[in-house]
Design a protein around this ligand. Structure first.
Ligand code: GZL
Length: 323
């Protein structure tokens, strides 16, 4: 009799009934031989960085003959969750998410787990109680980026500056951690003070709007700008110029991403430095998916290495930039 009970449980599990949640590491995509189908839920197209990330992932999928189902969320988490549910319904082999914000993912990730589809996070992380809900996160270390920006600025300003901060999307991992890292970095320099801080949502337009407000309220106190991405820094540069303030000279500006437009601004001596956050996820993402399908055990976090560029190297490197 007992053997029939066990058999019944196994059948139930196989049919995806009340199957125990299978840790993502052991969730196997469908058998090889047929074309790999990957569902990718992308944040939006809010910045040059994001466009470069999308291009890299789409390009690599095409190169490897992978069918990529691509869903763009216009920076709304609800659209991402809808896209993930549609990938489940379409029975894709792997789901890739660039999660716009850290919270609100438990429920839909449990649905994916019950459907036994592996999840890979790219670019940004999530806060979940059970990290078996995803296989791995491939991303930069945003806290480290913030620290690198702070250390460079402290050196440039000899440890003394009134700083205004343009934060990224509220609740997103890069905005939370770039702020955290920068604050840690300036803690060692009592003369470095953030006098105003507000979100520009990673876009050039909102970065300009917020900088205009900072200039209005604190024009004569502002000595430096820390922008969580280049697009907002470029918006801030526009606002400064329109106010008759020389960006890069009267006000020192450091940002993050290192997109081509940032290099152009450094060559024009309007941006002083930028910390690279490499968006070219395509190769590492599909290498990781291949390892997953081969049954390899993957680390929970795969780190993208970052580095800082300033005006001293911008002119020689700009032509070699891939994005
Ligand atoms: C960082 C990424 C951020 C970029 C911004 O990994 O999530 O979002 O820094 C982008 O340019 O909008």
């Amino acid at each position: 009799m007992l053997r029939y009970v066990i058999f019944g449980m196994m059948v139930g599990a196989l049919l995806g009934g009340a199957a125990p949640a299978v840790a993502q590491e052991r969730a196997k995509p469908q058998a090889t031989g047929k074309k790999l189908v990957v569902g990718f839920s992308q944040v939006g197209a809010e910045s040059a960085w994001r466009t470069a990330e999308t291009k890299s992932i789409k390009g690599e999928a095409a190169k490897r003959g992978v069918e990529l189902k691509f869903a763009i969320a216009q920076q709304r988490q609800g659209n991402q969750i809808k896209a993930v549910r549609s990938f489940i319904a379409q029975r894709v082999d792997v789901i890739v998410i660039a999660p716009i914000v850290e919270t609100g993912w438990e429920r839909v990730l449990r649905e994916v787990q019950r459907a036994r589809i592996p999840v890979i996070l790219v670019d940004r992380g999530v806060k979940v109680r059970d990290d078996s809900l995803y296989v791995t996160l491939i991303a930069s270390d945003f806290v480290e980026e913030g620290r690198m920006a702070a250390e460079w600025l402290a050196k440039k300003m000899n440890g003394k500056a009134n700083i205004v901060e343009l934060q990224g999307t509220t609740g997103s991992a890069p905005a939370i951690d770039r702020k955290k890292g920068f604050e840690e970095g300036i803690k060692k320099h009592p003369g470095m003070k953030i006098i105003k801080s507000q979100s520009g949502d990673f876009t050039r337009a909102k970065g300009k709007d917020v900088m205009e407000a900072f200039i209005k309220s604190d024009r004569d106190r502002i000595e430096a700008v820390y922008a969580h991405n280049d697009d907002m820094a470029l918006g801030a540069i526009q606002a400064l110029e329109e106010a008759g303030i020389k960006p890069g000279k009267d006000v020192i500006i450091i940002s993050i991403d290192a997109v081509r437009a940032a290099f152009e601004a450094m060559v024009a001596r309007k941006l002083n430095a930028t910390v690279e956050c490499n968006p070219l996820f395509g190769p590492i993402l599909f290498d990781t998916i291949e390892k997953l399908r081969a049954g390899e055990k993957l680390p929970k976090y795969i780190k993208n290495e970052d580095r800082l560029f300033d005006q001293s190297v911008a002119a020689e490197l700009i032509d070699s930039r891939e994005y």
